[in-house]
Design a protein around this ligand. Structure first.
Ligand code: B12
Ligand code: SF4
Length: 566
């Protein structure tokens, strides 16, 4: 007997001026689906975001939902389903997941409902205590735990044999069952490639809102899971690093090239370069198979786990962009608050950024502002350090505001703020338009000013020391190209507000895609403007850009004509 499981990637929750929200394939859901299919189960995936990235509805506290609406999701769940699972990566998205859970249970009271992902993993107790609609929470990696749950439902296992789950006992109390061991063999023979076949891949490719910058047919993938370091703000901390072999990773790349014509790969590993030798092997394998692809590491690599030989190999095998994560320019913050690790230092990251720049890689550096215990002086050090990075050739910087993530030490340190946490408030992390301070010295308004100053100083320094690259960035945005994440974010924002028309990539879908996907619809803009009148600025910005583009075209055309005449 096999069971029928429905896995749901919920709609995305985003804020007014959210950057880096990304429309990227839910790899976790795809891994779970592949694992269950391999075991003979029947799997339905409802990818609410991927299937309808053009549908935007307003949600709570001025936020928005992007993707299929709840009724459409409910209509799609097949009536003979046995188990329904919802994936919940982000804490700020939990309110939408909770609401969806309630609606699902209302319509399907007899079905087993399970949540999984980083947020439920950390908050399983609160969820099971407060939301009777949820039957199980999967803790950590879900493949084995979910499979065992299905075996239990089929009557093949006793309840005592369930692992990696939290549920309720016969008295209705929340209980955490025996933990599930991490999967140590991630090779295809043991963990099949994520079932991208069940995802709306063309929609992801065409939406073109990847994590890294992208100019072609792209997808994300993972060459490893986990990270042994202990950064106190990070949910992935102190999880054993489990790698896949170079062959297995490049096999998956080749499969994606053949099946979806993928040209660009974005590695979402927590820490892809922990083993330098393995990374070089991946590069060698790409070169040996002569794959004409581009790739990048948008989720970040650790500067202390790089060297020039490796960076050169990366470049030779098609890597275009790396992301580094200094987090702070203050050594005190790095050692005392973040506990970044003894093998890390700012000088070395600067050297890595400079070396990568020399080799021809685009480099991003990511910082966090407003950590608990961080002082104004520390924040100024971050700004100074960012200026130094701009000087040595780092192409872009991101200044995220600290938010406490449940399950991390800094969540515990922020206890005075998080007592009655409204999860939606955590959206502030990527929302350029608002700030919430979890720092006792610097309030929200001031923090917003610090962030603006940080961006301004970085760009001034970039313009001063690398004016050509600065101007090139502006030109790229005008030309609808992107080489950096900043250019991507600006393009995304402009597209989101219909200031730029979206261009579709890939020949075979050019004629039909508009019917399938029309994110730049006036409808989306209308909803946003209706809810947030503030977006009227978008019209002004749009006019300015169109004007600027015409001006530049005219000037260049005029110049060329004069040149010809001469
Ligand atoms: C890729 C990624 C993204 C992608 C989107 C991912 C996607 N659509 O799947 C992008 C680039 C868009 C992104 C953006 C952000 N991200 Co991010 N991201 C990740 C990252 C690096 C990998 C996710 C992944 O693919 N993991 C690998 C798969 C295999 O694991 P998984 O998805 O967790 O699924 C497994 C289990 O969780 C479980 N599971 C998951 N779902 C379900 C469902 C069921 C039913 C069951 C049984 C089990 C189960 O089983 C799966 C297989 O083992 C994680 C870190 C991490 N290691 O998870 C951070 C992470 C999820 N991101 C995080 C954050 C904070 C952000 C940002 C806010 C960052 C920022 N500064 O702006 C933004 C917000 C985006 C937005 N507005 O929506 C945090 C979230 C923590 C939290 N509690 O909120 C994480 C955990 C990073 C961290 N280390 O702290 N991110
Ligand atoms: S921030 Fe990066 S290095 Fe630090 S624990 Fe998280 S994944 Fe590891």
């Amino acid at each position: 007997m096999s069971l029928k499981v429905c896995l749901i990637n919920p709609p995305q929750v985003f804020a007014k001026t959210q950057v880096a929200s990304g429309v990227t394939p839910p790899l976790g859901v795809a891994y779970l689906a592949a694992y269950l299919l391999e075991d003979g189960h029947n799997v339905q995936v409802i990818d609410a975001l991927g299937e309808a990235p053009s549908v935007i509805t307003s949600f709570i506290k001025g936020s928005f939902l992007r993707g299929m609406n709840f009724n459409d999701i409910l209509d799609r769940i097949e009536p003979d389903i046995d188990v329904i699972g919802i994936s919940n990566l982000f804490s700020f998205a939990y309110p939408a997941v909770e609401l969806l859970s309630k609606k699902i249970k209302e319509k399907f009271p007899d079905k087993t409902l399970i949540l999984g992902g980083p947020h439920p993993t950390a908050m399983y107790k609160e969820i099971l205590d407060d939301v009777p609609e949820v039957d199980y929470v999967s803790i950590g990696e879900g493949e084995e735990s979910l499979l065992r749950l299905l075996m239990y439902i089929e009557g093949k296992l006793h309840r005592a044999e369930l692992k990696g789950l939290a549920t309720r006992n016969e008295n209705g109390e929340t209980v955490l069952l025996e933990s599930q061991k991490r999967i140590l063999d991630l090779e295809q023979g043991n963990v099949p490639f994520p079932a991208r076949e069940l995802l709306p891949m063309e929609s992801y490719i065409q939406t073109q809102e990847s994590h890294g910058s992208s100019n072609g047919r792209w997808t994300s993938l993972l060459s490893s899971r986990g990270c042994p370091y202990g950064c106190t703000f990070c949910f992935s901390r102190r999880t054993r690093w489990v790698k896949r072999s170079a062959k297995d990773v490049v096999d998956e790349m080749e499969y994606c090239i053949e099946k979806w014509g993928i040209e660009e790969f974005h590695f979402e590993d927590d820490n892809m370069t922990i083993n330098i030798q393995r990374l070089i092997e991946i590069c060698d394998e790409i070169i040996r198979r002569d794959l004409k692809i581009k790739w990048q590491t948008p989720n970040g690599i650790r500067a202390s786990r790089t060297n020039e030989i490796m960076l050169q190999k990366m470049k030779d095998s098609g890597c275009e962009h790396i992301t580094l994560a200094p987090e702070s320019g203050s050594e005190r913050v790095l050692s005392e608050i973040i506990q970044k690790g003894k093998d890390f230092n700012l000088e070395q990251l600067k050297e890595c950024g400079a070396a990568a720049h020399k080799i021809g890689l685009k480099v991003a550096a990511y910082f966090i502002l407003g950590l608990p215990g961080e002082t104004r002086d520390d924040m100024n050090k971050t700004i100074d350090y960012a200026k130094q990075l701009a000087k040595v050739g780092v192409d872009e910087a991101g200044f995220g505001l600290f938010i406490p993530l449940p399950g991390t030490p800094l969540w515990d340190m922020s206890s005075e703020y998080v007592k009655d946490m409204d999860w939606i408030d955590l959206l502030t992390i990527g929302d350029l338009g608002s700030a919430v301070s979890f720092n006792s010295e610097v309030n929200s308004d001031e923090l917003q000013k610090v962030r603006r100053k940080a961006y301004l100083m970085f760009f001034i320094y970039k313009f001063r020391y690398h004016p050509i690259s600065f101007v090139r960035s502006i030109w790229n945005v005008i030309q609808d190209r992107e080489e950096t994440k900043t250019e991507r974010s600006v393009r995304q924002l402009l597209q989101r507000f219909n200031i730029r028309k979206k261009k579709y990539r890939g020949d075979e879908v050019k004629s039909s895609v508009k019917n399938v996907y029309s994110y730049d619809s006036n409808e989306a803009l209308k909803i946003i403007i209706k809810n947030v009148p503030y977006y009227a600025w978008a019209h002004t910005a749009r006019k300015s850009i169109v004007f600027l583009k015409q001006e530049v075209k005219f000037k260049v055309g005029d110049f060329l004509k004069r040149l010809k005449r001469k």
